[in-house]
Design a protein around this ligand. Sequence first.
Ligand SMILES: Nc1ncnc2c1ncn2[C@@H]1O[C@H](COP(=O)(O)OP(=O)(O)OP(=O)(O)O)[C@@H](O)[C@H]1O
Length: 342
Amino acid sequence: MALVEMRDVHKTFPATRGGAPVEAIRGVDLDVEAGEIVGVVGYSGAGKSTLVRLVNALETTTSGSVKVDGREITTLREKELQQVRLGIGMIFQQFNLFDSRTVWGNIAYPLQVAGMPKDQQAKRVSDLLHFVGLAEKAHSYPDQLSGGQKQRVGIARALATSPSLLLADESTSALDPETTEEVLALLRRVNRELGITIVVITHEMEVVRSLAHRVLVMEAGRVVEQGPVLEVLSNPQQPVTRRFVGTIIDDEPGPEVLAGLRARHPGRFVKLAFRGSQTRQSDVFAELLRREVRFELVYGGIEEVQGDTFGNLTLALEGDPGAVDDAVAALADLVPTRELAR
Ligand SMILES: Nc1ncnc2c1ncn2[C@@H]1O[C@H](COP(=O)(O)OP(=O)(O)OP(=O)(O)O)[C@@H](O)[C@H]1O
């Protein structure tokens, strides 16, 4: 049983003055398995925030089913929903800390709301402070902390009630790249060491590449593509997915670069796609060396995704036209190959 299960979920916001109703979510099916990290990407307005707000019932569905841990939450009363929410932590782009409370006070807050006895609260907060590496900041106020430290407090607070699910809404978008990596490393520990399932909303593919196991791509209220991160990054199908993947993976020369390459290389250009250990580059190059063709690697690279590799290499092939034809055919038998337009 999935930890989160959505079936044909719709969410329409009623019309505001002079406007039309907004169909923010239009028939989404979603399964999040216990223990996984799912990345949800999409441009602004695609419906990502609304989708996660339906999971912790901060928004109500217009129609469809949302189950958390097997429990249908769309029909629960507020009191029961509060119980469900205790099992779901959330972190935000702007951290949403209480400025008037210390780090300790921020982390203790959900425990006070839940009515935990004081001595247990102290033990829990202290454990969390150590887990996120902020023990020495317990008595600081948020405005005395860096962005990365604030987000670590946000994470500690979200973990206070020992949730099984953590929702992260653009949790690194306000941070610089180095601090982002620090927060992502902490989220990885939250998943691995505490076994907490994470749904991370982002418009940064780098976050998906470095953190998520699986990715969902949203556009105009729908999930238009999903799959394991390596699969989606190495073989994106939808135009919107290709645009996102293109922000981190430069897999093929654009028209200008290609024109420059053509000016220097008279031959034909073929792009070869390497996926994990499926094809050995040495076999491909050995095949070319056997033939009467000259080849040069002119574009591309190999990408690493969580221990797996894939890459796209563009070669310029020159020689007798018949020999080049044969070489292109032989390459196509070894590895997915695409000739770039002449
Ligand atoms: N409370 C609301 N009332 C009316 N419309 C809303 C409300 N919340 C969201 N919307 C609309 O629903 C659509 C989806 O918004 P949502 O915030 O879920 O998108 P998003 O993908 O998270 O974008 P962003 O990254 O900008 O937050 C947008 O058109 C937005 O204007």
